[in-house]
Design a protein around this ligand. Structure first.
Ligand SMILES: [Zn+2]
Length: 345
């Protein structure tokens, strides 16, 4: 729910791009095996005018392959609109068309976009331990990019033979990848680093192929933190009077109202956070205890033993610094409420 500064991950994306371009493929030790598969796809399409646009489309992807891998989000739409054939004419293709080639009798027809996703080896790039998983780790985030309510991570699991003996280790991603620009509309972005958004299975499922206006990456510092959670003042007063956690009302606001509506429509954040009122209540307890003499005494003792960073973790379970909200679930909500109540600067 907080964006990442694209400048801080550009190096990671470039390493990923280099690796995938060199052939992160099911076909080992083959230089540019990825682009070879696109070339094979072109060859599988009849060389007639009827199918020309489909061949041109793949050719355009093939020609721009290296660039596409590290294309930045603010260039996605411009690039998508720039598909032209060798004569400079715009390529018009319906990527959901199933009649992009001549099918053999009994052959199962698939949509054009699926053939591209397959030729670009998306599944393999996603699952391979040297593919996206490795570069995900370098992003240093451990919570869903969309909801900040669930952990996501890589897990090193034990690989066992049929008898149960350990024969090695495997790297498994305990998260899903959402395509910011859906692959059913923009298949050429299926393995573009900045189009892959690590998220929890639920957010991925709820969003499905709908478009989200929240991109994880930005080059604008002022766009890093676009959402803010807060407790409504009225609900705080009601809570103080009745000590009923259900009275607390956690709301979300965004710099841009359309961004807020879109995020709520896709991920139902306010409804989801209804379940975390008790976490907000624990912060309120400390807020309301601030002037209590025993509490002050306890805090003085704590301050002698722990530094401010450790105290934040002990008391609220969050890491210092807004940039660290990706380290633990609910950190975004907690940090925002801590700011709201002026418990931290
Ligand atoms: Zn999520």
């Amino acid at each position: 729910m907080r964006r990442l500064d694209i400048a801080s991950v550009r190096g990671v994306a470039q390493e990923y791009g280099k690796y995938v371009f060199k052939g992160c493929s099911k076909v080992p030790k083959k230089v540019n095996a990825q682009t070879d598969e696109l070339r094979n796809l072109i060859k599988s399409i009849p060389q007639t005018a009827q199918y020309q646009a489909f061949r041109d489309y793949i050719q355009f992807v093939w020609d721009n392959y290296e660039k596409i891998l590290i294309l930045e989000p603010d260039k996605f739409q411009t690039f998508a609109d720039s598909f032209v054939d060798t004569n400079g004419n715009k390529i018009n293709v319906n990527v959901n068309d199933v009649n992009w080639k001549k099918w053999q009798v009994g052959e199962k027809k698939i949509e054009f976009y699926k053939a591209i996703v397959e030729a670009m080896n998306y599944e393999h790039v996603r699952e391979s331990k040297n593919g996206y998983l490795k570069y995900f780790e370098m992003l240093n985030i451990k919570t869903c990019a969309y909801c900040n309510a669930s952990y996501i991570m890589n897990v090193r699991t034990k690989k066992r033979d049929k008898k149960g003996f350990q024969i090695g280790e495997e790297l498994k991603g305990r998260f899903e990848l959402d395509h910011f620009f859906p692959k059913s509309k923009y298949p050429f972005l299926c393995i573009s680093f900045f189009n892959l958004i690590p998220c929890c299975p639920c957010c991925n499922r709820w969003k499905s192929d709908d478009e989200s206006t929240f991109s994880l990456y930005t080059s604008q510092k002022q766009d890093l933190d676009v959402f803010t959670f807060y407790l409504t003042n009225f609900s705080i007063i009601e809570y103080v009077l009745k000590h009923d956690v259900n009275k607390l009302n956690i709301k979300l606001k965004a710099k841009d109202i359309n961004l807020k509506y879109n995020h709520e429509a896709r991920f139902h954040i306010e409804e989801l956070y209804e379940h975390f009122k008790d976490e907000a209540e624990e912060i309120l307890w400390i807020f309301l205890s601030q002037n209590n003499a025993y509490f002050k005494q306890a805090m003085e003792s704590f301050n002698k033993v722990f530094d401010s960073k450790a105290l934040l973790r002990i008391m609220y379970g969050v890491y210092e610094g807004d940039e660290n909200i990706h380290k633990r679930p609910l950190s975004k909500m907690k940090m925002d409420i801590l700011h709201q109540l002026k418990l931290i600067k």
